[in-house]
Design a binder for this molecule. Structure first.
Ligand code: DGJ
Length: 675
């Protein structure tokens, strides 16, 4: 047994990637002579605060020709404590998933104060961090900084709408700031739909320690004997060709292994939220269903406001928790709506927010103890609501039944939008009583129990993860969701930045983008062309649209359906960054390199600005490609000089295409087809 496992070069066993900067896999312990932030800390039954873990064994098994799992077992020689470091590596995608399992056989529960999923240790001359932060309607702002001696922490303490201020992912530039097309970068993310923490610490040796895991904030977890504490998965990749390659690693891994129905199709839709808010009735919804059909989308999605009777959900002040249809508003219930959609020729999807409760609801009147709130202090409300206590199995049953009852009554429901608008406030669980330290962790585990049960019973139903916009966007939740709502901000200018940000980690098919009336100073074409690069939907009053705009949208939906395979499953190349220019351009290329879609957006060009051609990527240099502008307005001629012409892939990638203009909020969608 080697005493100082901390210097054991773990990564050589598990890192199947060009990782010469990744020096050793460490799992630093508190109370020993590592004087930096620990990955693991415990208090034993006798009060002792130290642990020393010895290497015991490891094993590697091939799951299939692409996937290998390695487990390293370590034990304390004084206390009955075992820690396993687990790694799954995906060779083709160059992705590693890592987590830790902790178990003990002491007489009474121990307290674990730190329980990171992983710790990585880097050696490079300089370290640069790109973080993603924001707020409601301001998701994933990217900012960069050079790390210096000491610590930088990115974390969330929001509990449920956990990613509202900081998203659970980051990029590291090793030696130089991250760049799209070159340089060594590491992209990491944690699969945890709750409080997370990333600690970046440069130590005395000028090496960088990256500790990722659940945020230990208010969570000194009480762990019973023989109960295995499994941490969330930390997922990362290293690329020697910049963030573009690293993102493509993530996208193909997510489609092949992580995302619910990652390889499957996605439904285009018309949502009624911004068209009606809470103000609808049956005839209005029936009209919208016909509009959806006329537009050419697959589905009508009914949003918030369809439930509760004693306190009808006519605003966000009441009704949440009471999941019976509002009789006065919708006298014939959900079955009638499903049938009306079917008659109109579209599928029917429905919004729920089952983890929450308005105090003004029958549920709260009956079960106040099911809501997380302090018994002895004045309550604080976020969006007039409280979070249900999912650490309580009875509450888990109730939340599961929200979906189950709807599905039993309406087996033809084709989609759920699952919302979550409040962070955990007034933190106290009536169920956990004197174990309040376990609430933040056990609550999230309860949420997963429900997701799992829903998924096991209804494996084929697509679901959108939503949290007051993009407040939930992690790869654990996305095992159970086909997609997520990126932001309530659908102003196309803002969306260009938001979609650029999320695309660093998520494939287009997971990112929902809707055409709405936000920033209606921009054209409907521009708004649609921006949503076109993700999973397309509409949330706009089509009956008020100008005839030409509607015709344009119908044509765009038809184009989208025709090109869906490339848009949703193609490789994404980010060509021109909105952070570094007044434009943005990306493209999707089919795996066979026979079809591509190029998106070009003029955001806010300067007067008479010098424009440069955009050099395409990912094509076959030897193939000949036809270039055609699509999504034109009725009677609009393409101003693209290359339109209709044929070029070699080599030319398109070396000389490029003149796609930008000096018009503000202008867009071009270009279809590229191998001849
Ligand atoms: C927040 C979501 O992000 C919106 O899309 C909408 O569903 C509202 N909640 C409904 O309350």
């Amino acid at each position: 047994m080697s005493r100082n496992f901390r210097h054991w070069p773990l990564h050589q066993k598990v890192v199947l990637m060009p990782a010469h900067h990744l020096r050793v896999g460490k799992y630093t312990l508190s109370g020993t002579e590592d004087f930096f932030d620990p990955a693991f800390a415990i208090q034993h039954n006798d009060g002792n605060l130290t642990s020393v873990l010895y290497y015991v064994s490891h094993n590697t098994k091939n799951i299939d020709s692409n996937v290998t799992q390695t487990t390293v077992v370590m034990k304390d020689d004084v206390y009955p404590l075992e820690v396993k470091l687990c790694y799954i590596s995906y060779v083709k995608e160059n992705i590693i998933k890592t987590w830790t399992e902790i178990v003990h056989q002491e007489k009474k529960p121990v307290t674990i104060n730190r329980y990171a999923s992983s710790m990585l240790y880097f050696e490079a001359p300089k370290y640069y961090l790109t973080e993603f932060s924001g707020d409601w309607a301001k998701e994933v702002n990217m900012s960069n900084q050079q790390l210096q001696f000491g610590k930088k922490i990115i974390d969330s303490k929001l509990g449920s709408r956990a990613a509202m201020y900081a998203q659970p992912f980051f990029q590291l530039g090793l030696g130089q700031p991250v760049q799209e097309g070159q340089g060594t970068v590491m992209l990491g993310t944690i699969g945890w739909t709750g409080n997370f923490q990333f600690t970046f610490e440069i130590d005395n040796a000028s090496n960088l320690r990256v500790i990722s895991g659940i945020n230990p904030f208010l969570s000194n977890y009480e762990l019973k004997p023989n109960e295995v504490f499994t941490t969330p998965e930390f997922i990362f990749t290293i690329s020697e060709e910049g963030t573009g390659k690293a993102s493509r690693n993530f996208h193909s891994w997510a489609r092949d292994y992580q995302l619910k129905d990652g390889k499957g199709d996605r439904l285009t839709l018309l949502n009624n939220w911004e068209a009606t808010y809470f103000g609808f009735d049956e005839p209005k919804l029936e009209e919208l269903m016909k509009d959806a059909k006329n537009l050419g989308v697959d589905m009508f999605l009914l949003d918030d406001g369809w439930f509760a009777n004693k306190y009808p959900r006519n605003s966000d002040k009441q009704g949440l928790g009471d999941w019976d249809v509002t009789k006065e508003k919708l006298p014939n219930g959900v079955p009638h709506l499903v049938k009306a959609a079917k008659d109109a020729g579209v599928k029917f999807g429905i919004w729920i927010e089952p983890e929450m409760v308005n105090p003004k609801s029958e549920l709260f009147e009956k079960h106040p103890e099911w809501a997380i709130h302090l018994p002895n202090r004045e309550r604080y409300y976020y969006r007039n609501q409280l979070v249900l206590d999912l650490s309580n199995p009875k509450v888990q049953d109730y939340v599961f039944e929200v979906v189950d009852k709807l599905m039993i009554e309406n087996p033809e429901i084709a989609f759920f939008k699952w919302d979550c608008n409040s962070p955990i406030t007034n933190v106290y669980s009536f169920y956990l009583k004197d174990k309040q330290n376990n609430l933040y962790v056990d609550h999230v585990r309860g949420v997963y129990n429900v997701f799992k049960r829903v998924n096991e019973k209804y494996p084929n139903i697509p679901m959108m993860l939503c949290s007051g916009g993009g407040g939930r966007c992690d790869y654990e939740a996305l095992k159970y969701f086909t997609e997520f709502w990126c932001s309530d901000n659908t102003d196309p200018i803002e969306r260009i930045f938001i979609q650029w940000g999320f695309s660093q980690f998520f494939p287009s098919k997971a990112m929902d983008a809707h055409v709405t009336s936000w920033n209606s100073r921009t054209s409907v074409k521009f708004r649609t062309d921006v949503a076109f690069m993700c999973k397309l939907g509409f949330d706009i009053r089509l009956n008020e649209m100008k005839e030409d705009d509607l015709k344009y949208c119908q044509n765009a939906v038809a184009n989208y359906n025709r090109l869906k395979k490339v848009i949703l499953d193609g490789d994404l190349y980010r060509l021109v960054s909105p952070y570094e220019s007044n434009h943005m351009s990306v493209m999707h290329v089919s795996p066979a390199k026979d079809k591509a879609v190029l998106y070009a957006y003029d955001v806010y060009p300067r007067y008479s600005e010098k424009l440069y051609p955009v050099k395409l990527q990912g094509l076959d240099p030897a193939k000949m490609y036809k270039v055609e502008e699509i999504n034109l307005m009725p009677n609009q001629n393409s101003g693209l000089k290359a339109n209709g012409k044929v070029f070699s892939g080599d030319f398109l990638m070396k000389a490029g295409l003149d796609v930008f203009t000096t018009r503000q909020a202008n867009s071009r969608i270009i279809e590229i087809t191998a001849q």
